[in-house]
Design a protein around this ligand. Structure first.
Ligand code: ARG
Length: 469
């Protein structure tokens, strides 16, 4: 035990289980060992440890780390948290110098440092995984540069777009997610060690040295804030939540797009499951779970915010509850990213079915724009085309013997067009073309093939820049 001499009793057994965190915070072992090695060096520099003792401590800590990494670390009943466990084991391994390591340090600045090291690594892993997913999207976009798909709003066919344009819409969401992680990383890069319990280190340890050793940008400016600050975890969890949410929306689309009623894509067998009763079923469980697990990650963010909201300033044991949500979110996010990347890489795309799902109603805006080009104000043009939609629908219903039908502009004669507006001419039928509709949207960021080619170039460039950085 790291404390206890001023107590007459050991903790109640239930309370001990309640407050122990080793069963989850053992995952900080690598960060804890790194932090302690740096701290032992800082202690040697101010003469609290001899160089020989510091080397002994380093050697011992590396053994402890190896034991954890190999899954061979043996926990003992008194190991209340990772810090206690590491120090206990270090003492078994190297004897007396182990008991000097905690000089001037508190578990408060220690755990704050460990958590920052952990989050830093988690951000690096998430960033690399998001980049992989971006690569998969770009590669799929490049596979079918001319394929058209219905673009939807309100899950109603709206206007035709390039399939590549649709896929790349997710690329840019992910680009923002990576920016958010990179931005959060700047605030993670502040080092608490040397803050002590709350008031600062009395032995003059060189905090700039510690920051350099541990790869932080600078030491924290205020020891009270240093042991109190968990903002960086909240920021990670928010960035993770928003990223999960983007993946969830993609998953939602893909559940529909892979349904036989749509048939735009087929998910690979490796990412689908069967039914225990209905032999024909192939279910998109991978995508459904991406949606479901998003709730978990958002819940993790909520958990932390609620833990923090009532905590008095400086350190409080409440903060121990920051770990499980962080670990859970990081595990969930990393798994989710791997699965989504796999789904994108292996999906089959049915270009013909996507095209066949376009309907002429999706060209109504193009018709109105045709009239605008002939001089009609847009609001009037919208009104005229609305009348034509009604007419085409009535025609469609009649042609199908009164059954429901959406009707087609191409079923109307030029006279009927001209009945709606004198501005219509033979060339109106040229407008009734999906490829022409897409091609017209050639602004930067639009869905025209030329604009999408430019977009792809930017995406590729963004990937390379991020790799260099
Ligand atoms: N397990 C604790 C945590 O995660 C470590 C810090 C404990 N500090 C203390 N003064 N009890 O927050």
């Amino acid at each position: 035990m790291l404390w206890g001499s001023r107590f007459d009793k050991a903790p109640d057994e239930l309370f001990a289980r309640f407050q122990n965190s080793f069963h989850f915070d053992w995952r900080l072992y690598d960060a804890d060992v790194r932090g302690s090695i740096a701290y032992s060096k800082a202690l040697a520099r101010v003469g609290i440890l001899t160089d020989a003792e510091a080397s002994e401590i380093e050697r011992g800590l590396l053994v402890v780390r190896d034991e954890f990494a190999a899954g061979e670390f043996e926990a003992k009943p008194g190991d209340e948290d990772i810090h206690t466990a590491v120090e206990r084991r270090l003492h078994e391994l190297i004897g007396p110098p182990a008991h000097k390591l905690h000089t001037g340090r508190s578990r408060n600045d220690q755990v704050a440092t460990d958590m920052r090291l952990y989050v830093r690594d988690a951000i690096a892993r998430a960033d690399a995984a998001v980049r992989e997913l971006q690569v998969a999207l770009v590669e799929q976009a490049e596979k079918y540069p001319h394929a058209l798909v219905p673009g939807y709003t309100h899950v109603r066919r709206a206007q035709p777009v390039l399939w590549a344009h649709y896929l790349l819409s997710f690329f840019w969401m992910l680009a923002r997610d990576r920016e958010r992680f990179a931005d959060a990383a700047k605030r993670v890069a502040v080092m608490p060690l040397g803050a002590g319990a709350l008031a600062g280190n009395p032995f003059g340890v060189d905090r700039d040295f510690l920051a350099r050793e541990l790869g932080f940008a600078r030491p924290s400016e205020n020891s009270l804030d240093a042991v109190s600050d968990r903002d960086f975890i909240a920021e990670y969890l928010f960035a993770a939540s928003l990223l999960q949410l983007h993946l969830s929306r993609l998953a939602e689309d893909f559940v529909f797009y892979s349904a036989p009623e749509f048939g735009f894509i087929a998910l690979d067998d490796a990412y689908t499951t069967g039914s225990s009763i209905m032999p024909q079923k192939k279910n998109p469980d991978s995508m459904e779970l991406v949606r479901g697990k998003t709730g978990r990650v958002i819940g993790d963010l909520n958990t932390l915010l609620i833990v923090l909201k009532g905590a008095p300033s400086s350190y409080d044991k409440d903060f121990q509850e920051d770990k499980e949500p962080l670990f859970d979110a990081a595990d969930t996010l990393e798994m989710t990213l791997g699965v989504v990347t796999g789904v994108i890489r292996t999906m089959r795309v049915n270009v013909e079915t996507m095209r066949a799902a376009l309907d002429e109603g999706m060209l109504a805006t193009d018709l109105a724009e045709y009239l605008v080009r002939k001089g009609l104000p847009f609001r009037q043009a919208h009104h005229v085309v609305g009348g034509l939609v009604k007419l085409a629908e009535a025609r469609g219903a009649k042609n199908s013997g009164g059954k429901f039908s959406s009707g087609k502009f191409s079923d109307l004669s030029l006279d009927e067009f001209r009945g709606a507006s004198e501005l219509f001419d033979e060339d109106v039928f040229v407008v009734l073309d999906y490829d022409a509709s897409v091609k017209a949207r050639a602004v930067f960021g639009g869905t025209a093939p030329a604009a999408v080619a430019e977009q792809l170039k930017l995406a590729r460039k963004g990937l390379d820049a991020a790799k260099r950085g």
